[in-house]
Design a protein around this ligand. Structure first.
Ligand code: AMP
Ligand code: MG
Length: 349
């Protein structure tokens, strides 16, 4: 299969290209498209064969459910039951935007889309290209991140092409995404809503709108016996090909430790990558040192993370050492992704 890539100007969307993409979705095919979080790999959520194609193209485990993308509130009523007042409040506050809600599903939603669960994950994305594609196709679009399963999520169309070239017919290229990490997932089927995956919409933001929220114990437990409730969170994920180790502690100690570890590996002819910050990059000795941004610009750090992990793969780096970040606010999502990418390898210094 030849994979076409169409550049789309968000401020002046080419209707012919959009119609071509919509026609692929209507006939059960796959289209990759930008959202404000990461690129998604879309298919008609109500067509089980179309959903199956997503799992095949990504190599995704079949028990890992998909998020259904909608463009208007009424779409939610087509697929979800027991839509609570809290769901309504959250939609008013954060949709369109980077928040996914888990609700009880209606029978019409195929099990292929929900990984066999009786609940469905729903999000209204903010990206104009995504919204127009949903409307033009008349489909609700099931779309996980458009990467090969386990790899870092794509923040550029080039990342999608790298992973899925020859496996899907079309990629809509809307340039670099704005947020760069996947949506926050909140489970509203519990009495007290549970955060299953941290993201740009933080616990504090959710708490202000609906009161008490809790965090899935499976997300924070070091004990691998405690399974996260979002099936996707149990897999090693977001991972570069190289090994990744986080180093945490006082700035001076972190720099010294990373430099020492790097020197040691370089003696053995290993290519080492270092993820520093604007404040520290000039002090590292490695051959491949990249700044993830300024420490106080957490949004920038989130946006750059996956691209840096992929860039190190392109450079053929064999080991990556990264600074660690605060786990407050957006930092919680950043650290969640970094720790998963690192397989929880963290050195305290
Ligand atoms: P992705 O779209 O690749 O970011 O992955 C979607 C994430 O949502 C995965 O971690 C899934 O396990 C999670 N998810 C989707 N549907 C559900 C659901 N019904 N219940 C719990 N988690 C879900
Ligand atoms: Mg994903």
């Amino acid at each position: 299969m030849i994979t076409k890539v169409y550049k789309i100007n968000r401020d002046n969307i080419d209707t012919d290209k959009l119609k071509e993409a919509a026609a692929i979705l209507q006939t059960g095919g796959l289209v990759a498209f930008p959202t404000e979080t990461v690129y998604g790999l879309g298919a008609d959520a109500m067509n089980p064969d179309a959903s199956r194609k997503i799992y095949a193209a990504k190599g995704r485990p079949s028990d890992n459910p998909l998020i259904v993308h909608i463009s208007k509130w009424e779409d939610l009523e087509k697929i979800a039951r027991d839509i609570s007042g809290k769901a309504k409040k959250l939609a008013d506050a954060f949709w369109p935007g980077p928040l996914t809600m888990i609700l009880n599903k209606k029978d019409q939603v195929p099990k292929e889309t929900t990984g066999g669960l009786n609940t469905v994950a729903v999000r209204m994305p903010k990206d104009e290209i995504a919204l127009r594609l949903i409307e033009e196709s008349g489909c609700l679009i099931a779309a996980p991140s458009a990467n090969t399963s386990g790899r870092p999520s794509p923040t550029l169309a080039e990342h999608v092409l790298k992973d899925l070239n020859g496996r899907i017919p079309l990629i809509l290229d809307g340039g670099e995404v704005g947020i760069g990490i996947e949506s926050t997932i909140i489970d509203l089927t519990e009495e007290i809503p549970v955060i299953l995956r941290p993201g740009r919409i933080t616990n504090e933001m959710l708490n202000k709108v609906i009161g008490e929220v809790t965090i899935d114990p499976g997300l924070i437990s070091e004990d691998s016996g405690v399974k996260p409730k979002a099936p996707g969170m149990k897999y090693r994920h977001y991972a570069p090909k190289a090994g990744l180790v986080l180093v945490e502690g006082e700035e001076e100690n972190v720099i010294a430790k990373i430099n020492a570890l790097t020197e040691e590996l370089q003696k053995h002819e290993k290519k080492v990558g270092i993820i520093g910050t604007d404040e520290t990059v000039s002090r590292y000795l490695g051959d491949y040192v990249i700044s993830i941004g300024a420490r106080k610009d957490e949004e920038g750090i989130a946006r750059h993370l996956y691209r840096i992990l992929r860039d190190f793969d392109e450079l053929g780096v064999e080991m990556i050492y990264s600074e660690s970040f605060s786990s407050q606010g957006i930092g919680q999502a950043i650290m969640n992704r970094l720790l998963k990418a690192a397989g929880h390898q963290i050195l305290e210094v």
